[in-house]
Design a protein around this ligand. Structure first.
Ligand SMILES: [Zn+2]
Ligand SMILES: [Zn+2]
Length: 151
């Protein structure tokens, strides 16, 4: 969770990562990274655009995508393919599994050792150089499951 980080800590992470690669620190990059770290944890590019528009009017969706891709390259954000609709961007980069509700799309983190660790190790055994694995569990969230039971 990034909930315990202050805004300046969040900014410092980005500034350090940009400087390591001799990339410019721009307000656009700072604001987009802040939005990802301080709001709901899994966001689509459209949601990021909606969150930053009040402070950065005029920024376009392609710019948001380009910045998200840069943040991904810098290791500050992970792309999460939930298999249903838009790609989500996750500011929690440590390995973790997700649950995705097939009815409402709610995406949550699942703590604890993900089962994908074993597949990850097998890939390494096979001579593959893995860098990360994703485990997504589909089903119904508690609210949607309750609705189904009530119907
Ligand atoms: Zn649901
Ligand atoms: Zn996550």
């Amino acid at each position: 969770m990034t909930g315990s980080s202050t805004q300046s800590e969040i900014d410092q992470r980005l500034v350090a990562a940009l400087r390591r690669r001799n990339l410019r620190v721009t307000s656009q990059r700072l604001v987009i990274h802040r939005a990802l770290c301080s709001r709901i944890q899994h966001m689509t590019a459209e949601q990021v655009l909606g969150a930053i528009s009040p402070s950065l009017p005029g920024v376009s969706l392609p710019t948001v995508y380009a910045t998200l891709e840069l943040l991904e390259t810098l290791g500050l954000v992970r792309r999460l393919a939930t298999g249903s609709g838009a790609v989500l961007f996750d500011s929690r980069v440590q390995q973790h599994a997700h649950t995705v509700c097939r009815q409402c799309g709610a995406t949550s983190d699942l703590d604890g050792a993900p089962a994908s660790n074993r597949a990850f190790a097998r890939a390494a055994d096979a001579g593959f150089a893995p860098d990360h694995a994703q485990l997504v569990i589909w089903g119904l969230c508690p609210a949607c499951a309750a609705q189904v039971r009530a119907a």
